[in-house]
Design a binder for this molecule. Structure first.
Ligand SMILES: Nc1ncnc2c1ncn2[C@@H]1O[C@H](COP(=O)(O)OP(=O)(O)OP(=O)(O)O)[C@@H](O)[C@H]1O
Length: 667
């Protein structure tokens, strides 16, 4: 695994985490959070705000009532009288405390309702933009980095709410306490600040260190997560066992875990040191504050009862300040993640497939590629190079060529997934760029080579292209019958409602060929005007394959345009036009008779004869032709690859023809 430190866009984070920076950003963060909360649940926000105001008032009132209790208790006269005098104020103290507790519970419940809604809103607002991003950008590493770091923003949004509420709550309590202290003696106010300054410094320092560490180790954590998933992955399980990749991965995982543990230890040591230093400083300033209070009392600047209230107010005030400092820092920390989410949302919006354009109400009569060149992002050579071709409604089109010649790329451009880098694709004369892409997609059904095997039920797997019809039993049965998928369904324990993903309760695994039938049923169920099938039968047995091709071709007569990408050249005999691609260029085209004739470049003919010859010689002699040119081997799926020479000294080819696994000749 390759580490790439600092993949998220927090390059400036280290410089920006000073306490002053944080303070300056607070109004903006506050506004942003409140507006998010307002959109998520305005009622909950109002309830939280009102109950927090009420709590602050109750705190101030409680402290003043406490002061009255103390004044009564410290007055001259018999104890019984003093206690009796204090009783009404005591009742007020209890009432204020009960009121504050009730409001705290109300605020907690409302905040609990608000938090998940804000998280949902934040996550959804990003994902709904990301699902509309152009394919070309989805494959870009820079965009992936933005989206990956934006994902942290979802939970950050919820935490922002918590911390904002925390700040408001601490601020209110602080205002109440400050008011009381100012009434008791103005000199007490700065004391409150003096006690909290060292703690604030320590909290900020520790939080900043944690944040920086999280940023630097983010990629490490992602890679560790990827390894963990691989170790328990069902797909990787066979190779983990047979190839012995398990211990290798475990070793990597362990090394990464050890490095992460070292970082945690480093942070814990630093935090312990900071904690010790700030506690010592706080202790000193608190000692100083109480000494000043004692001096005020002894010098007669303040009555004893007020001194006791001031001590209580100072304790509660410093606790409030400490909470506020911590919340402010976390608010800032989470806001960085939230900024990532906002950035991801904006970037996704800028890279989105346009929602507007010329309508495509009817199936196109002609789709034309005019000198289309397409280069994948971050690739030097074009995958398609100056391709011009025409596809007419109701035709069966075959795309053939060696591996990497551009067949799949062409299909994806045809489906509107990519736009040409140069040249143009037109639908009935209108440039694809000007068309409403949702309409374009609406006319296409795709069975890609690596089609999605949704971890859902068989029903959802077939109906996902038209989810509104998911409960249309006739339509489902029609699709299954078309793809000959009934045999697959009959074997499933819950029929249509069987979960096609092992590892979940009741989930099953399908074979490659069974999945391909489901994919064909999905394409049929979608019922689109243009059906693009990329290697739709590669995992099917010969009989199923012949049958599947027959069924796919039959759709063309029903006015559907069929585009078939395949290496099975015998199955394209009936295609209206066969396009032969080579290294991204169109090298030959025509119907079967044309591309097989002696007049053309003969590329298809050579491939076809090679494939035919292979079957014939296989039957006749049980051996493959030996003079196959390298670039045609891709097109011959059953061609056996030559045995790889083992270049290690003193070793002969392993398991080569005529060799037993132990290396001895079998004769
Ligand atoms: N998503 C991608 N990003 C970058 N390059 C890609 C991508 N997909 C394909 N390519 C490259 O584009 C070229 C054409 O690939 P394409 O998949 O279209 O070929 P193909 O003819 O369908 O091959 P095969 O017969 O193996 O399926 C290849 O060089 C391939 O490596």
């Amino acid at each position: 695994m390759r580490g790439s430190w600092g993949w998220t866009a927090h390059e400036g984070a280290r410089l920006n985490t000073s306490f002053l920076t944080i303070l300056r950003q607070i109004p903006t963060l506050f506004r942003h959070t409140v507006s998010l909360a307002w959109r998520a649940d305005p009622w909950a926000l109002v309830v939280v705000a009102v109950s927090q105001l009420g709590q602050a008032a109750a705190t101030a009132f409680g402290l003043l009532a406490t002061n009255r209790v103390l004044v009564s208790l410290f007055a001259a006269g018999p104890t019984a009288d003093r206690v009796r005098d204090a009783l009404p104020s005591l009742v007020w103290v209890a009432a204020a405390s009960a009121f504050a507790a009730t409001l705290r519970a109300v605020s907690f419940a409302a905040a609990g309702r608000l938090g998940p809604k804000v998280e949902r809103l934040a996550g959804l607002s990003m994902m709904e933009k990301v699902v509309r991003v152009e394919m070309e950008h989805i494959e870009r590493s820079d965009f992936h980095a933005v989206v990956d770091s934006g994902q942290h923003g979802q939970t950050a949004a919820r935490r922002l709410i918590d911390h904002t509420l925390g700040i408001v709550e601490a601020l209110m309590a602080l205002l109440a306490v400050s008011g009381v202290l100012a009434v008791l003696h103005p000199v007490l106010l700065p004391l409150l600040g003096a006690v909290i300054v060292p703690k604030a410094w320590g909290t900020v320092r520790a939080a900043r260190r944690t944040y920086e560490s999280v940023q630097i180790w983010l990629e490490h954590v992602r890679q560790q997560g990827a390894l963990r998933r691989l170790l328990i992955s069902q797909k990787a399980a066979p190779e983990l066992r047979v190839h012995g990749a398990g211990p290798f991965l475990l070793d990597q995982f362990d090394q990464m875990a050890a490095q992460a543990a070292d970082e945690q230890t480093r942070l814990a040591h630093l935090e312990a040191r900071t904690e010790l230093a700030t506690s010592a400083l706080s202790g000193l300033t608190a000692g100083g504050s109480y000494a000043l209070l004692a001096w005020l009392l002894t010098q007669g600047h303040m009555p004893l009862a007020s001194g006791a209230t001031a001590a209580l107010a100072l304790t509660s005030g410093t606790a409030g300040l400490r909470r506020m400092v911590t919340h402010i820092h976390h608010l800032y920390e989470q806001s960085l993640f939230m900024n990532d989410l906002i950035r991801a949302r904006e970037e996704a919006g800028q890279r989105a497939i346009p929602a507007t354009g010329t309508r495509v109400p009817d199936p196109p009569e002609v789709i034309a590629f005019d000198r289309v060149t397409f280069r994948y992002p971050e690739r030097e050579t074009p995958a398609l190079d100056g391709v011009s071709l025409t596809i007419r409604k109701g035709q069966v089109i075959a795309l053939v060529g060696a591996n990497g010649s551009g067949k799949t790329t062409l299909s994806k451009l045809l489906a509107g997934l990519y736009l040409p880098t140069s040249g143009a694709i037109t639908w009935d004369g209108t440039d694809l760029r000007a068309l409403r892409r949702d309409d374009v997609f609406g006319h296409v059904a795709l069975v890609l080579q690596n089609f999605q095997q949704w971890p859902f039920t068989a029903r959802a797997n077939v109906a996902i292209g038209r989810p509104t019809e998911i409960h249309d039993a006739d339509r489902l049965d029609g699709a299954a019958a078309y793809a000959d998928a009934h045999r697959v369904l009959d074997d499933l324990p819950y029929g249509w409602d069987t979960l096609c993903e092992k590892g979940y309760e009741g989930g099953v695994d399908l074979s490659g060929g069974q999945w391909q039938r489901i994919a064909l049923a999905r394409a049929y169920f979608r019922d689109a005007d243009i059906l693009i099938c990329d290697e739709p039968t590669s995992s099917m047995d010969p009989a199923a394959e012949i049958d599947a091709f027959r069924r796919i071709r039959a759709l063309a007569s029903a006015d559907q345009t069929i585009v078939l990408v395949t290496h099975r050249l015998h199955s394209v005999k009936e295609a209206d036009v066969i396009y032969v691609l080579d290294e991204g260029r169109l090298v030959e085209h025509g119907d079967f008779a044309t591309v097989m004739s002696d007049d053309g470049p003969g590329r298809f003919r050579r491939l076809f004869e090679l494939q035919s010859l292979q079957y014939r010689t296989d039957i006749a002699a049980g051996s493959p032709p030996s003079d196959a040119p390298a670039d045609t081997l891709d097109a011959v799926p059953t061609q056996r690859a030559p045995a790889r020479q083992d270049v290690r000294p003193g070793r002969s080819p392993v398991n080569g023809p005529g060799q037993s696994p132990a290396g001895g000749a079998t004769g």
